[in-house]
Design a protein around this ligand. Structure first.
Ligand SMILES: [Zn+2]
Length: 327
């Protein structure tokens, strides 16, 4: 009789530069970590081979492979419903990549694959401020864009094809800026790193407002923040404009979902938060459906940014049925 309950999972976070592998216990403690350089593996077969070796070695060195229940992976443009990375713009592997099935066949354990936003929401639900919440939205602000996922009645709403929650590609301006998705006016083109820099550039072209940014060697998020901290009127306007559009975007989202909370997370949020948050909240209240206006909490994530995706991936690992080639 095999009645042993396996108490650990593997969480894997794949980004364009680094793939982080962690052994995680039931309570979300990271027991051990390792990493490989994603960009070194131009073929998916060599990546899966290297990843499998590291996963097995890390498990063997930390409590044994036999104690690993399953594996969760987080990757850009990943689809939980198909287990594939689908047409990821920045990754070395093009087209449809059946990564979950490839890793499962290689290491003999159940493997689940989700995108950054889905894993981030699962991490918040399992170990973060959304713990115990049934209906909530997470919005992830990273330099490259805006990811999102929402839970409805305790379950992540993935959509019919697995692409729900794409608030970054919700249109905020008819005929607006060209988006990387091929359409125009997407919210992401205004509130991502490139969008904020473009706003600064456009304000410099369209207005005569004096600004230290006009003499800056390079326009970056940091230089625009720095200028705003020095009371530069143009830089302050950049953050106001960004905050208004983000506020409208999340107000529309909240009016549809009616969440208990909106949890904001991601690598740039702590940096940009102090500069535009009052505007975001003000705009949100102005535009959200009246009956929920004062009920929705907008909160910052408490999950450590460096651990967010790997913990989210570990939470995903618990969602798949246990399976082993070696039973
Ligand atoms: Zn778009």
């Amino acid at each position: 009789m095999n009645d042993k309950v396996k108490s650990r999972v593997i969480g894997i976070d794949i980004d364009v530069n680094t793939t982080t592998i962690a052994v995680v216990d039931l309570r979300g403690n990271i027991i051990a970590q390792d990493s490989i350089q994603t960009e070194q593996y131009t073929s998916i077969n060599s990546f899966v081979e290297a990843l499998s070796e590291r996963v097995i070695a890390l498990a063997e060195a930390n409590g044994g492979y036999e104690n690993i229940r399953s594996v969760g992976m987080c990757a850009p443009s990943a689809n939980f419903l198909t287990g594939c990375i689908e047409n990821a713009a920045n990754m070395p592997w093009k087209g449809i990549v059946p990564l979950a099935a490839m890793l499962r066949d290689s290491i003999g354990l159940a493997v689940a694959l989700g995108n950054d936003a889905h894993c981030s929401a699962l991490g918040e639900s399992a170990y973060g401020v959304a713990h115990g919440m049934e209906t909530f939205i997470t919005i992830t602000m990273v330099r490259s864009g805006l990811g999102s996922c929402f839970f409805s009645n305790g379950v992540a709403h993935l959509g019919y094809d697995g692409f729900a929650g794409e608030v970054g590609h919700a249109c905020i301006e008819d005929g607006g800026r060209q988006c990387t998705c091929g359409r125009r006016g997407c919210l992401e083109e205004y509130v991502s790193n490139r969008g904020i820099i473009r706003t600064a550039r456009e304000l410099m072209e369209k207005t005569d407002t004096p600004s230290i940014l006009r003499d800056a060697k390079e326009l970056t998020l940091e230089s625009i923040l720095d200028a705003a901290n020095k009371n530069d009127a143009l830089a302050i306007e950049v953050w106001r404009y960004t905050g208004v559009l983000l506020g409208i975007g999340i107000a529309n989202y909240a009016s549809i979902v009616n969440p208990e909370a909106i949890i904001i997370t991601g690598e740039i949020i702590k940096m940009v938060y102090p500069k535009m948050w009052d505007v975001v909240e003000e705009t949100f209240k102005e535009h959200v459906f009246g009956n929920i206006r004062d009920k929705v909490k907008i909160v910052l994530s408490a999950v450590n940014d460096h651990e967010r995706n790997v913990l989210g991936a570990s939470a995903l690992a618990w969602k798949v049925k246990e399976y082993s080639l070696f039973k």
